[in-house]
Design a protein around this ligand. Structure first.
Ligand SMILES: Cc1cc2nc3c(=O)[nH]c(=O)nc-3n(C[C@H](O)[C@H](O)[C@H](O)COP(=O)(O)O)c2cc1C
Length: 308
C-alpha cells in the first residue's frame, strides 16, 4: 500500500503551491496525494491596494481571520499517514486563511496525525511558526518536520521586491532589482526534501525525519532574525490594538490609523533600518550565548509557549 499524504495549503500567488509541488515531484509514483486547498470565502485582492494590505494587519495579528470555504468531507474523512501543512506568514503570524483553517472544525483532520509544516515566505517566520505549533498542539497533531524556504536576497532588497510584487503584481526582475519571492533554484532544489520524507514514511521512522531535513538545510536561521522578530511583534501587537479600537476590517473610521501605521512601518524599515541593524548586531554580540540557544530552539520542533 502506498502511503497516503494530505497536503493542506493556501497560496495567494501560487508560490507556496509551487514549493509543495517541487517537494513532492520526485515521489509522486510512490505515494497517494490528496490536496485540501484553503480558500477564503472572499478572496484577498492581488495585487493589493496599499490601504487594504496594511488594513489586513490588525486581524492577522489578533487571530481574527476571514471566513474560509468548507473543506470537502471526502478530504476530511479519509485516513492519512502524513499531513503536509503549507502556509505563509503575514505580519509575523500565520496568514489569515491559515489561521482560519487552524481555528475551524476541519482541523480535526490533523487529530493524532504526523504533520510537516512547509513555510514559503520573505524571511520572517519564527513567530508565525510558534503560533502554528500552538494550534497543532491544541489539535492533538504531532509536528514531525519543518521546511522553510525564504527569499535569500539581502533584507532591504527582498523588501523592495516584495513591495513591487504585492502592490504592482510584478514578480519579474526589473532595473537593478531581482525577481521577487523564493529563488526559483531553491524551489526546484526542494525536491530533495520529498525523498527524505518518503524514506522516513516508508521506514515508519518519522521521529528522525526532522534531523535529516535539518542536515539538508531544511531550516536555515540567522541569529539576527530572533531579535528583529522580537521587536517587530511587539510593535505589531500595539498597532493592531490601536487600529482595532476604531473599527473592524475596512472601516473608514480606522483608515487614518492604518495610514499612520503604514507610513511609520515604511519609515522604520527604510530610514531607521541601518540604525536598527547596528543595534541588533550589538545586541547579538552581547546576548550571543542565549541567542545560540534560541536559534537551536527555533530550528527544532518543540513548543514552549511565549518563546516570542
Ligand atoms: C499581507 C502580507 C503580509 C506578509 N507578511 C510577511 C511576513 O511577516 N514575513 C514574511 O517573511 N513574509 C511575509 N509576506 C510574504 C508571504 O509570506 C509570502 O511569501 C507571499 O505572500 C507569497 O505567498 P503565496 O504562496 O501566498 O503567494 C507577507 C505577504 C502578505 C501578502
Amino acid at each position: 500500500m502506498k502511503p497516503n499524504i494530505l497536503v493542506l495549503y493556501y497560496s495567494q500567488t501560487g508560490q507556496l503551491r509551487q514549493i509543495l509541488d517541487s517537494i513532492l515531484s520526485g515521489i509522486l509514483d510512490k505515494v497517494e496525494v490528496s490536496y485540501g486547498v484553503i480558500e477564503p470565502v472572499k478572496p484577498f485582492p492581488f495585487p493589493w491596494k496599499a490601504l487594504n494590505f496594511f488594513d489586513a494587519m490588525p486581524e492577522t495579528v489578533e487571530h481574527l481571520p476571514v471566513n474560509i470555504k468548507p473543506l470537502s468531507q471526502d478530504i476530511i474523512n479519509k485516513d492519512y499517514d502524513l499531513v503536509i501543512l503549507g502556509y505563509q506568514p503575514w505580519f509575523l503570524n500565520p496568514s489569515q486563511p491559515t489561521t482560519a483553517f487552524l481555528q475551524s472544525e476541519f482541523v480535526k483532520v490533523l487529530n493524532d496525525k504526523p504533520v510537516i509544516t512547509v513555510v514559503g515566505c520573505r524571511n520572517m517566520w519564527l513567530h508565525a511558526q510558534e503560533k502554528v505549533k500552538e494550534y497543532l498542539c491544541a489539535a492533538n497533531a504531532h509536528l514531525v518536520g519543518n521546511v522553510v524556504l525564504t527569499d535569500t536576497n539581502p533584507n532591504l532588497v527582498s523588501l523592495l521586491t516584495v513591495i513591487r510584487w504585492s502592490f504592482k503584481g510584478q514578480k519579474a526582475a526589473s532595473g537593478w532589482l531581482p525577481t521577487a519571492g523564493v529563488q526559483d533554484q531553491d524551489i526546484a532544489d526542494a525536491e530533495r526534501f520529498g525523498h527524505i520524507i518518503y524514506k522516513h514514511l516508508n521506514e515508519n521512522n518519522l521521529i528522525d525525519l526532522h534531523r535529516e531535513l535539518l542536515m539538508q538545510r531544511g531550516v536555515v536561521l540567522k541569529p539576527g532574525l530572533v531579535i528583529l522578530e522580537q521587536r517587530g511583534i511587539k510593535n505589531f501587537r500595539f498597532w493592531a490594538k490601536y487600529i482595532r479600537a476604531k473599527g473592524g476590517p475596512g472601516d473608514p473610521n480606522r483608515a487614518k490609523r492604518v495610514l499612520l501605521f503604514k507610513n511609520l512601518l515604511l519609515t522604520a524599515i527604510f530610514i531607521l533600518s541601518p540604525l536598527s541593524f547596528l543595534t541588533a548586531k550589538i545586541k547579538q554580540l552581547i546576548m550571543y550565548n542565549s541567542l545560540v540557544k534560541d536559534v537551536d530552539y527555533f530550528k527544532h520542533l518543540q513548543f514552549e509557549k511565549g518563546k516570542l
